[in-house]
Design a protein around this ligand. Structure first.
Ligand SMILES: *Cc1c(COP(=O)(O)O)cnc(C)c1O
Length: 352
């Protein structure tokens, strides 16, 4: 008998959006930024001395942490960095969700949360969003072992009023509340200032969406220094040199060009609002997304069929075959040209 199999930690893996090998496709399926990072990043790459790769990187990512602290007007001790916010979130689940009581998150949300919960054997309970896809705050006022909520939510793109987050924080002093702000720069309001008021709040952000650097894998978190210390203890007990030298350098360079960041975000917001008008005209319905994607369905055409037709035309969007959302498409906001190509394809499609 081959009994080693019964001791395997089996997991149902997270399925990321496709990364097609062909260059020509219009890629609106993983919420990447359509613009490259700041030219300052190119400069930093040119200046990087390859001989430095001989040595380990700074395990504390001190320069990057300092740049983040400056950019966001917090103390260094309130900042944690990781290899993408997926890494930061996974470390946070491991560090803070150790109760026998279930952690809570919405039924429709980032589909990595239940994967980590399963992987780390964390009991969890999902709370159904209301029919309008907003959360019911009462759902988060019961006993729990922790809470994780995105702001704005994904894949809906919808914001909750600040009061909702604040009430959840105030009424759950015995739980760590993680607010995942992967998309907050596209029109949301960050809960970051609340870290001064609630010691149970951890705010997680990323360079992957609004800072044009999904390829570099930089994520970070803000919280009170004690939370950050616990996170670092777990990180160093796992792998202390997570972020490489090149990434630390170019991450700092990207943060130093705030103007570039603000301009690209502004363009994406403009393109999103233009795309909303066009999709509405073509018979799509959707909530008021404040992210770099639109979560839409069509009055007449099934989402799965549109998804296939778009793919055959070289336009990749995201489709989730899951309860309640299997008639929706999640369409990332690309350049204006990308969105014009999408709209012109859909225009022909709905007329046939
Ligand atoms: C994209 C995304 C992340 C993870 O992004 P990283 O690339 O790992 O930084 C986390 N949460 C949500 C809701 C996301 O959409």
């Amino acid at each position: 008998m081959m009994n080693w199999r019964k001791n395997v930690r089996r997991v149902e893996p997270y399925v990321p959006g496709e990364q097609p090998k062909e260059k020509e496709v219009i890629k609106l399926n993983t919420n990447e930024n359509p613009y490259p990072p700041s030219p300052k990043v190119a400069e930093a790459l040119m200046e990087f001395d390859y001989e430095d790769l001989r040595r380990y990187p700074d395990p504390e990512s001190a320069e990057l942490i300092e740049a983040l602290a400056e950019t966001y007007h917090v103390k260094k001790e309130q900042v944690f960095v990781g290899v993408g916010s997926d890494d930061v979130l996974a470390m946070s689940f491991l560090t803070f969700f150790n109760s026998k009581k279930p952690i809570l998150f919405p039924d429709i949300t980032y589909s990595f949360y239940d994967v980590w919960a399963e992987e780390f054997r964390i009991p969890y309970e999902t709370k159904p969003l209301k029919d309008d896809f907003q959360i019911d705050v009462e759902d988060y006022l019961c006993e729990n072992g922790g809470i994780v909520l995105p702001n704005p939510n994904a894949p809906t793109g919808l914001l909750e009023p600040m009061e909702v987050y604040e009430r959840i924080l105030r009424e759950n002093p015995d739980s760590v509340v993680i607010i995942d702000e992967a998309y907050v720069d596209f029109g949301g309001v960050s809960v970051l200032p609340l870290i001064e008021k609630y010691e149970n709040l951890l705010v997680v952000q990323t360079f992957s969406k609004s800072r044009c650097m999904a390829g570099s894998r930089i994520g970070y978190a803000f919280g009170n220094p004690e939370l950050i210390q616990y996170l670092n203890d777990v990180k160093y007990s796992f792998n202390s040199y997570t972020m490489d030298r090149i990434t630390q350098k170019i991450g700092v360079a990207m943060l130093r060009d705030q103007e570039y960041f603000e301009n690209t975000v502004k363009q994406i917001i403009e393109t999103r609002e233009w795309t909303k008008q066009e999709l509405r005209r073509l018979g799509f319905t959707f909530g008021d997304s404040k992210a770099n994607f639109i979560f839409a369905r069509h009055e007449t055409f099934p989402a799965e069929e549109m998804f296939q037709a778009l793919k055959e035309a070289g336009i990749y969007v995201r489709y989730f075959k899951k309860p309640r959302i299997d008639n929706y498409l999640r369409i990332s906001i690309g350049t204006r040209n990308d969105m014009e190509a999408l709209v012109s394809f859909l225009e022909k499609y709905v007329k046939e």
